[in-house]
Design a protein around this ligand. Structure first.
Ligand code: SAM
Length: 304
């Protein structure tokens, strides 16, 4: 129990090091979780994916950041914690401004309750799937099933997986595992061996990087969060064929919203009518201004 308490504290240590351990030298600015989200946002900026899923989306914070990207037309979050999804769905609904100035392209956001080791055909063939700080929560059976589901069955064009780098842990006070629910934390060799094995098996390439730079003098430990970016080698091969009976909808949709967009006839009509009214009003005001000027010039109008 004592150890659990320490671990709970050390979980927050990782993201809010300064507040929890004043006087310690490691600072993550921006906080580590924001650096992880920013990493995914940069990938979206770079590759402009249309269909994006976040597996183990938790409080949906990353999805909230991603929904503003005009290239994304389908955004999906999956988590095993249904309550988290229920209480955070509303954060994904459109703002007033998104009704006033609709997007050019459609966007549907859906949250599914389910496990990352279950196959649901609605998630097949995405452009980008992120899995941020999730694999370390899987027990050994689920970890063994996960690559076949993600790379073999869902088969997205690109995958980004992040997980703690255990080599960084000695820089934290009293850290064994960073969270009580972590089943393991890997060093770089362990993560890279796993990732390369998976990439080989499912015909992906993988590059390694991370976020959360170590402090000066401790560069040898590497990033606090290690990241693998996987890209499918045979883009032209498309999705592996699966028989019709394997098209399954296992996940339970707990929230879904479609954003107003100019691709929807009703929204387009509304926008066009708005634009016509605006132009008519401009013409009317311009005409009135001209009439006033003419009257002033002919001496029949009010003086300034
Ligand atoms: C540390 S949180 C990370 C949340 C989010 N990805 C982020 O970076 O803010 C881990 C999340 O994985 C979810 N999770 C754990 N095991 C899962 C599984 N088998 N299937 C789906 N989600 C799972 C947990 O419910 C939790 O929300």
């Amino acid at each position: 129990m004592e150890m659990e308490k320490m671990n709970v504290q050390c979980n927050s240590v990782v993201d809010n090091f300064e507040e929890v351990c004043p006087g310690k030298v490691i600072k993550f600015k921006p906080p580590l979780y924001k650096q992880r989200y920013q990493f995914v946002r940069d990938l979206v900026d770079q590759h402009k994916p249309k269909k994006v899923a976040d597996l183990g989306c938790g409080d949906t914070e990353l999805l909230r950041l991603l929904k503003i990207y005009p290239c994304i037309q389908l955004l999906v979050g999956v988590d095993i914690d249904e309550e988290k999804l229920q209480s955070n769905g509303h954060h994904l609904s459109p703002y007033l401004g998104e009704f006033v100035k609709p997007r050019s392209l459609d966007l549907t956001v859906t949250l599914y309750h389910g496990s990352v080791v279950e196959r649901d055909s609605r998630l097949r063939g995405f452009d980008l799937i992120s899995c941020i700080e999730v694999i370390e929560h899987l027990d050994s059976d689920n970890l063994a099933r996960f690559p076949e589901v993600l790379f073999g069955y869902l088969s997205p064009a690109m995958v980004v997986i992040s997980t703690p780098n255990s080599e960084f842990n000695p820089l934290f006070p009293i850290v064994t595992l960073r969270d009580v629910d972590h089943k393991f934390e890997w060093n770089r060799m362990e993560f890279q061996t796993w990732a390369l094995g998976v990439a080989n098996r499912y015909n992906y390439s993988v590059e390694f990087t991370g976020v959360g730079k170590p402090p000066a003098g401790a560069e040898h430990v590497g990033f606090c969060t290690q990241i693998g970016v996987f890209r499918k080698n045979s883009e032209e091969a498309g999705l592996p064929c699966i028989p019709e009976q394997h098209h399954r909808h296992i996940y339970k949709a707990v929230y879904t919203i479609t954003y107003p967009s100019l691709q929807q006839e009703r929204v387009l009509k509304f926008e066009l009518v708005g634009e016509v009214l605006l132009q008519v009003e401009r013409l009317r005001l311009g005409h009135l201004r001209k009439l006033r000027e003419q009257k002033r010039e002919s001496g029949t109008g009010p003086k300034d």
